[in-house]
Ligand binder design. Structure first.
Ligand code: ZN
Length: 185
């Protein structure tokens, strides 16, 4: 057995330590992976996607767009793919009205215009672009990546029945970036 006498930390993922948005993105992704998988139940696709995400974050790529790519793999791999084509209430095909659809967190899918939410049921509006991303996987732009990030948190929290601990910090980092962009505009 060798004896470790010296070590040197390599520069992996250095940007994650200096950029709050990247840091928050990595924390959320790590929490999602931990909460949606269990020990001794390997999910190699999700693990690979996590590694790709960390490398992309470390390499300066757009964090929320890469988080969206990660989410698409993770949700498929863990069986949490939302129902975005048929109404979760009546099963009819749903086409977006003016590019917008109603998504039920508790029922993990879209509602058609003929099916209102149940009394007290939580819903959010999602764009047709979000649906297209999860069905066809075209690369998202920044605006769509932000929508996907917020929807992802909503969706997973509904499925877990618990809040994600890292979500508020990421939301604060996003708010700071948006405020900064607004100030510079
Ligand atoms: Zn319906």
């Amino acid at each position: 057995m060798g004896t470790l006498t010296a070590w040197e930390q390599t520069g992996y993922f250095a940007l994650l330590r200096t950029d709050l948005l990247r840091h928050g993105t990595a924390l959320l992704a790590g929490e999602l992976l931990a909460r949606l998988t269990e020990e001794l139940d390997p999910h190699p696709a999700s693990f690979d996607a996590m590694l790709r995400l960390l490398e992309a974050l470390g390499a300066g790529e757009p964090p929320l767009r890469r988080l969206a790519d990660f989410a698409r793999v993770l949700l498929t791999d863990t069986g949490l793919t939302p129902g975005l084509e048929q109404c979760v209430n009546c099963g009819s095909d749903v086409s977006p009205q003016q590019g917008v659809m109603v998504f039920s967190g508790p029922r993990s899918g879209v509602l058609c215009p003929a099916c209102p939410p149940r009394p007290g049921e939580s819903t959010v509006k999602i764009s047709a672009k979000l649906r297209d991303f999860f069905i066809a996987g075209q690369p998202p732009d920044g605006k769509l990546a932000l929508e996907i990030t917020r929807w992802l948190t909503y969706h997973v929290q509904n499925q877990l029945g618990q809040p994600l601990r890292s979500a508020p910090a990421l939301e604060r980092a996003i708010a700071a970036v948006l405020a900064d962009m607004k100030a510079k505009a």
